[in-house]
Design a protein around this ligand. Sequence first.
Ligand code: TRP
Ligand code: ZN
Length: 851
Amino acid sequence: MSDFTPRYLADYCEANFSIATVELTFALDEYKTRVTNRMKLTRVKDDNQPLVLDGEHLTLVAVLIDDQALNVDDYQVSDSCLTISTDRKEFMLEIITEINPVENTALEGLFKSGDAYCTQCEAEGFRRISYYLDRPDVMATFTTKVIADKVKFPYLLSNGNKVAEGDLADGQHFVQWHDPFPKPCYLFALVAGDFDVLSDNYRTGSGRDVALEIFVDKGNLHKADHAMASLKHSMKWDEETFGLEYDLDIYMIVAVDFFNMGAMENKGLNVFNSKFVLADETSATDVDYFNVEAVIAHEYFHNWTGNRVTCRDWFQLSLKEGLTVFRDQQFSADMHSAAVTRIQNVRVLRSMQFAEDAGPMAHPIRPEKVIEMNNFYTLTVYEKGAEVIRMIHTLLGAEKFRQGIDLYFARFDGMAVTCDDFIDAMADASSVDLNQFKRWYQQAGTPQLQVSEHYDAVNSQYQLTLEQSNGKNLPLHIPVGIELISGAEQTNHSQLLQLTKQKQTWTFSDYQQKPVLALLTGFSAPVRTQFSQPDQDLQLIMTRAADTFCRWDAGQKLLTTYIVQAMEQPALNLPDNLFQVFEEILTSDMSAAFKAEQLTLPNFSELADTIEEVDPIALLNAIDSVKQRIAEVLAPLFLEQYQKNSATVYANDGDAIGKRALKNICLSYLATLSEHQHVLAEQYQHANNMTDTLATLNLAASQHHKGFADMMNDFEHKWTDTPLVMDKWFAIQASVNSDSIYDRLSALTSHPLFSLKNPNRARALIGAFSQNNPRYFHCASGRGYEFLIEQLRLLNDINPQVASRLITPLIQFKSLDKGRQTLIKTKLELFMQQVDLSKDLQEKLDAALAS
Ligand code: TRP
Ligand code: ZN
C-alpha cells in the first residue's frame, strides 16, 4: 500500500541534518546490486530529533555509525524510511543495501535498459538506490565507485571526473568518479555498459578544453553526429547569450532505449531517451532533428539553470524547468525561424496546456499541494512556466533580463532556491516592480482577455478596453503587445500595454479612421482572447501586421470561425474570401516554412479548446469537410505548389526543411480528393527521406488509401531492426481511420515487437491512438476508452509514471459532451474499484472524480 498523504508547500521545513560528502560503491549485479553509501552527516538543528532517511524498495544489509555496526534496535525500517536515533553532532554513516535492477520496470532508481545499467533519480528516485535525505536542498559532494564485469561493461560512468580505475579479481573492473560540485541526489547518475562512443571536444570562451562524449548502442555511431553538433551549438549559444560556460572537464551523454521521459540533466552525465539523440536522414524526420537539437540544448542549459542553482523543494520545479524551457525555445528560435518556432510553441500551449489548466489536475506553475511529484512534470510547469519567464523578458526587455540573470547567479550560485528568489533578482536588477506579477506563480487556470473597441470619428480617437477574468482569481500583471494597423501608407503603431487592473482603457489619438487591432503580438501572454473581428480585418492583419505571430494567428482565427460554423451547419458554404486568403498565402513572399504553418488548420485539440462540451465527432466532421472543400476549390494550386517544392536531392538546411513542410501540407489537401490519391503512392515510392515517407503513411492511414497495407508491410520489413522507426510504424497503425481499428489494436498489442515495458513503444501505440485518432478514441460505443483503460490496468503495475501520463485524455472528460462525460466517468469509477492503484494514478483519478 502506498502513502497517499499530500505534501504542502506551506509546510516546508529545512532538513535537520546536512550531508557534506557521499561515497558510493556499486557492485553491479542483475538481481542483487550491492550499494554501499558512506555519508558525512552534521546535525544542523539542535532538536535531538532522529535522522529520518528516505528509502523505498531497498533491502537493508547493514548500518554503521563511525564504523560501528548498529544493533537492530538502534534503528527502524519501514516501507518508506529508515529512522536512526543518535545524539552525535557529526558522524560517518555507512549504509549497505541491495537492489534489483532487472525487476525495476518503473525505470526509477537503478534499472536495466537492454544490456546496460542506468539510473533515473529525478524527482525522488535516489531513494530507490540508497537511504538518503532525498530532497533537492540537501547538497553533497559525490564520489562514486562502480564495479562490474569488464567484458560486458567496459564503460562505467558517473558524474564529474574520472579519478581512478583498475582491474579486480574474477574479470571485474572498477572506475571511480568524483564530482567537485555539491549537488542534490536527484542529479546523481550511473551508467554501465558497452557502447559506441562519439568523442569530440569544445574550447570554451575562456579557453578551457572540454571533452564531449556521446555513448550510443553499438552500430549507431553514425546517428550521433547531429546530437554532437547540437551540443556544441548549445555551448556556444549559452556563452554568447548569457555568458554561461561549462564548468567540468568532461560532458557525457548516454542514449538509452528504455526511458520514462525525454532526457535527464545529471551533472556531467546526461541520460537521454535515444529518441532525442539518434538521427540520420533515412530514419529521422525534420521534426526529429529539431527535437534532438532542442532537447540536447535543454539538458545542457540545465547545467546552470537547475544544477549550479537548483530548487529548494519540488514545489519550485518551474524555477529550473520554466526557465530552461524558455532558454531552449530562445535557442531554437535563434537556430531556425524565430516566427515558426514561436508558432509551434503556441500550438503546444493552446492544444495541451490550456486543456490541463481547465482540467481536474490544474495547478499553478508553482503547485501548492502534491501527492506524487512525478505527476507535476507537466505542461503547466514546463510550458506555461516558460511563458511566465518570457513575460518577464518582455516586461524587462532583453538587456535588463540579462542583468537579472547575472544577478540571479551572483546571488545564488551553488544554492537551492525558490521561484520568489528568482523574481526578486529580476526585479532588483531591473527596478521593475514584479510584486503583482508573482500571482502568475500562485494562480491556476488560463486567464481570459475580453476586448472591446470604440472609435470616435469626431475626435479621431481610438479607444481600446481590455478586461481580464479567471474565475475568482485576482487580476494578473499581463503584458499585452498590440499593433494598430491604419491607412495604407502609414506605418503601424506597436506598443506594449501593461494590464494590471481587471479592466483598463487606452486611448490613441490622431486616427482619421478606425485602425485594425493586431492583439497579443508574439503571443505576449498565455491567455485566451475573446474578440470577434470581421473577416476583412483578419485578412488585413494576415498581410499587413509586422508581427508574424499575429499574421499567423489571424489566419487561424478565420479558419476556426468557419470550422466551428460548419459544425452547426454541415452544408455550410465557405465564402470566397477564405479561398482568396489561401491563394494569397500560397503565392505570398513569406518563407515556405511559414506558409506551411499558415496552411495548417488548427488541430482537433486547439479547436476543442474553443468549444464547451464539444462533440468530438461533429468537430472532426467539420474539420474534414472544411479541409476537403478548400482542397476541391484550390486543387490546381496545391498541385502546382506540391510540384514546385518537391526536391529530387535531399538536403536538410532550413530552406529545404521549409519546402518539405510546405509540399507535404499541400499533399495533405490533395490526399482528401480521390483523383489525387495516386500522388501518395508515388511519393511513398520515391521518397529519399523519413519526413516524406512518414507524411505519406500518415495521410494514407487517415484517407483510406488502398495502397496503405502494402506500404506498411514494406515499411515494417525495411525497419524491423530499428526501434525508433518501428515506434513510428506502431503510431501510424494506431491512427488508422477505419472501423477495423479495435481489431488492429488488439493484434498490435500481441505483435512480437510490442512491449508495455518499453515506454517509447507503449506511447507509440497507446498514446498515438488516444491523441492522433480522436474519431475512434471518442467513439460513442466507448470501445476507445475501454482500450486505453485496459492498457492502463497493465501499466499501473509495470510503470506508473507512463500510465499516469497516458491517462490524461480520460481525466479531461469535462471538455466533452455530457454523454461522453458519463461514459468515461462510469468506466473510470469501475477501474478505480477494481485495481490497486499506484499513487500516480490514484492522485489523478481522485481529482477527476471529485465533485
Ligand atoms: N529534468 C528532466 C528535464 O526536464 C525531466 C525529468 C523529470 C525526467 N523526471 C524525469 C526525465 C524522469 C526522465 C525521467 O529535462
Ligand atoms: Zn528540464
